[in-house]
Design a protein around this ligand. Structure first.
Ligand code: RB5
Length: 144
């Protein structure tokens, strides 16, 4: 699986850990930054990751302090379905029922262990389609 990852300064350390986990699993990850702890603005990275996922396919990983700002930014991009998760169940269901294409964490909310488990749950889950496809279609039609 190809991933695109991004964060702001608050999410940088957790993003690095999660990117390393994905690479250990054998996934390809393009990290869109930031590369340093200098203060940055989450909309820049939420938007960048979402645009890549929507145009190139694959999945996205985003981390900021709470996860809210960077998730809101990503979801402004047409075609993005960014899901904020604090544990594995929500992360898994985001993929199975909502066909989420971006997973979001708040580094000031979840520790690396919980986030890692949730990321693996998301990565291993599959969209169930069926009635959920109808709902996702209606969700995406709101953008029209
Ligand atoms: C940065 O201080 C913080 O506001 C940001 O990481 C995030 O929590 C916003 O939603």
């Amino acid at each position: 699986m190809k991933w695109f990852a991004g964060s702001d300064h608050a999410g940088l350390d957790l993003k690095k850990e999660l990117v390393a986990l994905l690479r250990e699993r054998g996934d390809e990850v393009e990290d869109l930054g930031p590369a340093s702890e200098e203060s940055v603005d989450y909309p820049d990275f939420g938007q960048a990751v979402a645009k890549k996922v929507v145009t190139e396919g694959g999945l996205g990983l985003l981390v900021c302090g709470t996860g809210n700002g960077i998730a809101m930014s990503a979801n402004k991009v047409r075609g993005a379905r960014a899901a904020l998760a604090t544990e594995s169940f929500t992360a898994r269901m985001a993929r199975m029922h909502n066909d989420a294409n971006i997973l979001v964490f708040g580094a000031r909310v979840v520790g690396a262990g919980v986030a890692s488990s949730a990321l693996v749950a998301f990565a291993d889950a599959k969209f169930e389609g069926g009635r959920h496809q109808r709902r996702v279609d209606k969700l995406m039609a709101i953008e029209e």
